[in-house]
Write a protein that binds this ligand. Structure first.
Ligand SMILES: [Zn+2]
Length: 374
């Protein structure tokens, strides 16, 4: 996440703090100082925030370590003023695993609350919600109860919404389950937002966070659904200009100026030898390199995927490819090239056909279908 700093590692997972988190700490410290007039009060406020976020880190670790059991790694855990985010590499495909990962976070809070309740009883301290604010055990106990309850609200992307989605996905298609969970999330966001309008800024922020999160999840599910059943070969652009290592940069310039192609596969004896990226071509031209050999300008180890690879997997490779293009091959022979534009176009056309938007789109769809059925 941008604007965040690493503060340490737990169980091999990086823990980061977002810049805006320091605003919260400053705000609490200043607020305590202003109302109680002492540095101790300010420090007590900061200590309390630190404990609170220690609990949030444990909650996120609950998710991360459960995911690890199902073979899913966690990129990092980031602390934000409104809570923590564990960035899992992906969600487990099995709904039962997804359910376990979702409830593991609030589960940690339940265990902590139970532990604090036992500690309070053993110490003979008052652990009722009405206990004084000086009573740290009671404070932390009820914070854990609140965190478990809030996170289990059935609002996507909160843990409760994710658990609900997993339960639905055991009974209906994946994309439909996400849609239902996302709609519920947005409905709850509206309720929270209206409540927040009556003076609770934090609630308003949480409502916005849930609304946007639910929309993003629904969108990602639709995209995944649109790509399902498609292979890299079906989405690849096949009408391509290709270059040979002995060609000159001026040849690529001709192609680039009179067509839409930005990156060019380079073939030698019919085999992929490299790719000439748009960026490499431009930087050669800035050095007056119209006569440069393509062989010296090309990237000799381009990202390639087999044409049978699923499109969503190929898209992951595309997002990490340095030239923003991936060569699609069939046992070392070039089949075509995959670009973000080509995938976007194919998905847009497929979606439009599903919605039956008229003769013009159908004609476009037939063209796209012809492309996919090569
Ligand atoms: Zn959680």
């Amino acid at each position: 996440m941008k604007w965040s700093w690493k503060i340490g590692k737990l169980a091999g997972i990086e823990v980061r703090v977002h810049a805006t988190f320091f605003l919260l700490v400053t705000w609490v410290a200043w607020g305590n100082y202003a109302t109680q007039g002492s540095v101790q009060a300010a420090l007590a406020g900061v200590t309390f925030i630190a404990l609170l976020f220690g609990i949030v880190v444990l909650h996120e670790l609950g998710h991360a370590l459960t995911a690890r059991r199902f073979g899913v790694a966690t990129r990092d855990i980031t602390l934000l003023p409104i809570g923590g985010v564990a960035r899992l590499e992906r969600m487990p495909d099995n709904p039962r695993h997804e359910l376990a990962v979702a409830v593991a976070g609030p589960g940690v809070n339940v265990v902590l609350a139970a532990g604090l309740a036992i500690a309070g009883l053993l110490l003979g301290t008052d652990i009722r919600p009405s206990a004084s604010t000086e009573n740290l055990v009671a404070q932390l106990l009820w914070i854990n109860v609140a965190l478990a309850t809030f996170n289990m609200l059935p609002a996507f992307p909160l843990d409760g919404g994710r658990a609900l989605r997993a339960l639905l996905a055991m009974r209906m298609p994946d994309v439909r389950a996400t849609e239902v969970a996302a709609r519920l999330g947005q409905a709850l966001a509206v309720v929270l937002g209206i409540a927040g309008l009556f003076g609770n800024v934090v609630l308003l922020l949480i409502a916005v966070f849930i609304w946007m999160g639910a929309r993003a999840e629904a969108h990602a599910a639709q995209l995944k659904d649109a790509m399902s059943g498609l292979s890299a070969g079906q989405a690849a652009v096949r009408e391509l200009h290709v270059l040979s290592p002995d060609d000159r940069a001026s040849t690529a310039v001709e192609y680039a100026l009179h067509g839409f192609q930005r990156d060019f596969p380079v073939l030698e004896h019919g085999r992929v030898a490299g790719v000439l990226s748009h960026r490499a071509l431009l930087s050669a031209l800035s050095e007056d390199g119209r006569d440069f050999r393509i062989g010296t300008l090309m990237e000799p180890h381009p990202t390639t995927v087999p044409s049978s690879m699923g499109l969503s997997k190929a898209l992951e490779a595309l997002q990490e490819a340095p030239c923003r293009c991936v060569l699609v091959v069939d046992s070392d022979e070039l089949v075509g090239m995959l670009t973000i534009d080509a995938v976007g176009e194919l998905i847009a056309v497929r979606e439009a056909v599903r919605k039956h938007e008229g003769p013009f789109v159908s004609a476009m769809a037939r063209r796209a279908a012809a492309r996919t059925e090569h």
